[in-house]
Design a protein around this ligand. Structure first.
Ligand code: XMP
Length: 539
């Protein structure tokens, strides 16, 4: 895409967002929790960015962050080749918080000593606070925390003193308040640390003095302005009407992105929804209605038969994904061509995608489990300029922005749904009849989950149509029917997930309704696998 590079270059928060916000830089040393730290800071209404550990100090300082946080990481600071930050970070005058490996970096970088620790701590622990000031101001003297470390501080650098300890380590937290340098051995970002949020708040807001001015309303106003300015400038320069195109999938991200852009450019936005026939029951109709009410122009392309034909006889999951991804692009291009000259394309890219694409290709290919086809993920050679208003947001922030924009809860709180849709929830061949069966079963799962008030509690809940048939008895007769599986998971970010411990009564209702209301199904099972080793979707 023509301005991909422009979007990737380093931007200061104010410049990127068009607003005056305070920010916190989180340096990523490879912890599985790095993103979570950035999210927790955002939850304090302070903008935060996750940057690679080797970002030069000049680049960090240019962002004028209120504070810097060093994440944990899998290495030992004394190992050769272990990741270290630019040492100028210790003398830059900006408050620094080191978490776990980040604490070790701080201790070592300032003249202390870190060594392998014989009493390694993994999991829950209790810390005793020595000084109820700084990070621990107004917090309990004894606190449950989450530990995960094999190394520990042996000797503190000059100027530091311990502020909390556990039975195993005298240095569970340390501080040099004069230089505003703080370190903690445990993980404040995970929910198991009781006062994790308060500790981060004490650091970011009280110690570093960051203003809590990162709000959805602020974001919407600034972005609407910025998008309008950009589109207007382009149409003025080219003498065109500056049309903006958006692929609407039915999910939260594209819906929020489209609504935001619509606020900025009104009728110059044209949305295209490709109905590939793999949507859930009534989904396309609901989408059309919601956007009609918002006054957004949506072209619904009924491409159901076309997709079904392409998928005939296909059972391999990756092949299904490829076919749907490619066909989607074709249909979308055909529709775009009918609309005349279009300058901009809106995409619902989120911050985690941006972080992810910053990792090396090697890393990515090594960890590829399945190809995620984001319907809306369009080819690089389309000659559009990109508008990606959600590029700096996490999912929960996208939902808050959606609410701010007046989108209905039914759309904003929607559970994630994969681009290839029901195609990867039908194991085996996809036919019209099997799609109908799954759609009905899926509807019942969601209906019951919603009725029980659990829809927002679980990350995803859905039905899967398996290729298994089994014997049953209905009335006085033998049946040989389909097996439907039900899956419901809890998760923070879809990277890991646990099966949801749904009450038996709800499972019973789902099961009995499916066998009674969905023709051809005589057996229902509940998937009790977590991720890993299973994945959330079955294909
Ligand atoms: P898995 O099944 O890999 O899924 O545990 C993790 C999350 O990603 C969603 N998912 C997809 N989303 N295109 C998408 O846009 C895809 O091809 C795709 N496959 C899985 C899945 O629903 C879950 O939220």
């Amino acid at each position: 895409m023509s301005d991909g590079h422009e979007a990737d270059r380093v931007k200061l928060p104010g410049e990127a967002l068009g607003v005056d916000v305070d920010s916190v830089v989180v340096l990523d040393f490879g912890s599985q929790y790095s993103q979570l730290i950035a999210r927790r800071v955002r939850e304090l209404n302070v903008y935060s960015e996750l940057l690679p550990f080797d970002t030069r100090w000049s680049e960090i300082a240019a962002r004028k962050p209120a504070a810097v946080i060093l994440s944990g990481g899998p290495n030992s600071v004394y190992e050769e080749g272990s990741p270290h930050p630019d040492p100028a970070i210790w003398t830059g005058g900006i408050p620094v918080l080191g978490i776990c490996y980040g604490l070790h970096l701080m201790a070592q970088g300032l003249g202390g000593e870190v060594a392998s620790f014989e009493r390694k701590e993994f999991g829950p622990a209790v810390v005793t606070v020595i000084e109820q000031t700084g990070l621990f101001a107004s917090l309990d003297p004894e606190q449950a925390v989450w530990m995960s470390h094999g190394d520990s501080i042996e000797r503190l650098p000059d100027g530091f003193r311990p502020t909390a300890r556990t039975d195993s380590t005298p240095y569970a937290a340390v501080a040099d308040p004069d230089r505003r340098l703080y370190g903690i051995q445990f993980h404040p970002e995970v929910v198991h640390t009781k006062h994790g949020r308060d500790i981060l708040r004490n650091f970011v807001v009280e110690i570093a003095g960051a203003r809590q001015n990162w709000t959805p309303a602020h974001f919407v106003t600034a972005n609407v302005e910025e998008i309008r300015r950009r589109v207007d400038a382009h149409s003025k320069a080219t003498g065109t009407d500056g049309k903006v195109l958006c692929a609407l999938s039915g999910g939260v991200d594209s819906a929020v992105a489209a609504t935001l852009v619509h606020r900025a450019v009104g009728d110059r936005l044209i949305c295209v929804h490709v109905d590939h026939g793999m949507m859930r029951k009534n989904e396309t109709e609901l989408l059309a209605k919601a956007f009609d009410q918002l006054g957004v122009r949506v072209i619904i392309v009924n491409a159901r038969e076309r997709f079904l034909r392409k998928l005939e006889g296909v059972i391999d999951p990756e092949q299904k994904r490829r076919i749907i991804g490619n066909e989607f692009i074709r249909v979308f291009e055909e529709e775009a061509a009918k609309l005349g000259e279009i300058a901009f394309l809106t995409q619902g890219t989120l911050y985690p995608d941006v972080i992810e694409s910053a990792t090396s290709d090697k890393e990515k290919s090594a960890s590829k489990i399945k190809t995620h086809h984001n319907v809306g993920g369009l080819p690089d050679d389309m000659a559009f300029q990109l508008i990606e208003p959600l590029r700096y947001l996490f999912k929960d922030e996208v939902r808050a922005v959606g609410t701010e924009l007046g989108l209905p809860d039914s759309m904003v709180q929607r559970q994630p749904f994969p681009g290839p849709g029901l195609a990867i929830r039908i194991i085996g061949e996809i036919t019209e009849e099997r799609l109908d069966t799954l759609r009905e079963a899926d509807w019942i799962v969601l209906d019951e989950i919603k009725a029980a008030g659990l829809y927002n509690e679980v990350w995803q809940s859905f039905a899967i149509l398996t290729p298994i048939r089994s014997v049953g008895v209905m009335g006085d007769g033998r049946t040989y029917g389909n097996l439907v599986a039900v899956r419901a998971v809890t998760s923070e970010d879809a990277m890991t997930a646990d099966w949801a411990k749904l009450p038996y009564e709800i499972l019973a209702r789902i099961s009995s309704r499916i066998v009674n209301e969905v023709p051809g199904v005589n057996r229902v099972v509940y998937d009790i696998s977590s991720k890993p080793p299973a994945t959330i979707e079955w294909e």
